[in-house]
Ligand binder design. Structure first.
Ligand SMILES: CC(C)(COP(=O)(O)OP(=O)(O)OC[C@H]1O[C@@H](n2cnc3c(N)ncnc32)[C@H](O)[C@@H]1OP(=O)(O)O)[C@@H](O)C(=O)NCCC(=O)NCCS
Length: 200
């Protein structure tokens, strides 16, 4: 590669820039968020805000911090289209994981949507599995899928099998529509063929 993309930690002075970056990247997927980044990250303990930049120009960003005791949450992950599939998303997620693990967090999580087709695949590739679903007014009640990964213990055999099952389903064009607790007590991801999608 002829250029080198660096990742730096940034503070609140950069949040307006991140709002623009987020709206550029997420807007292309028909996604609207009504919460400014400054509000989403306000008073967040253990906040880590990262920008990926090429010779000073931002090409992506991510932010995360404590959601509740023991659980670290990644709020944002966004890379400009021409810089995707070069491992930047992975590098940003690994920075969060390293910081969260070092701070003693037991679990790391993020939420995503079926209208972001790459993010579930990034999560599954990095060892995250669906652990729940949510809907919020600030994201127009679209179905959000919560992914989680333990930080202080090796992956369980059941989780590895579930990750593979979900990866295969997504590769067939299916979507995640829910997470339930099966009779044996294990979480199970509900999948079904995609019946509608926004811009891919
Ligand atoms: C999600 C996003 C941040 C990923 O960033 P990225 O830099 O392209 O991700 P990486 O290159 O680090 O990918 C890591 C791994 O995830 C998987 N992956 C990523 N994108 C994928 C895709 N479109 N299809 C299949 N697998 C994919 C691959 O296993 C990849 O490893 P590989 O390239 O060695 O095969 C980027 O696609 C993006 O900004 N998308 C739009 C915004 C978005 O969806 N953000 C998340 C909102 S919740």
């Amino acid at each position: 590669m002829a250029f080198s993309i660096e990742i730096s930690e940034v503070g609140p002075a950069e949040y307006p820039l991140l709002d623009v970056l987020r709206d550029t990247v997420f807007g292309a997927f028909g996604h609207r968020s009504h919460n400014p980044i400054a509000a989403a990250l306000a008073d967040r303990p253990d906040l880590l805000t990262l920008i990926a930049h090429l010779e000073g120009n931002p090409v992506g960003f991510s932010a995360g911090g404590r959601r509740k005791p023991g659980t670290y949450y990644v709020n944002f992950l966004a890379i400009l289209p021409e810089y995707r599939r070069q491992g930047l998303g992975r590098r940003l997620m690994e920075r969060h994981e390293a910081a969260a693990r070092a701070a003693g967090y037991k679990q790391i999580e993020f939420n995503t949507f079926n209208h972001f087709p790459s993010m579930p695949r990034v999560g599954l590739a990095l060892g995250y599995r669906p652990v729940g679903v949510e809907q919020h007014a600030r994201t127009d009640f679209d179905l959000q899928i919560r992914f989680g990964k333990p930080l202080q213990s090796p992956p369980r055999r059941q989780d590895v099998a579930e990750i593979e099952r979900v990866q295969e389903a997504l590769a067939r064009g299916e979507q995640i529509v829910g997470v339930v607790r099966a009779e044996g007590g294990e979480l199970q991801t509900l999948l079904r063929p995609a019946i509608q999608s926004r811009s891919q």
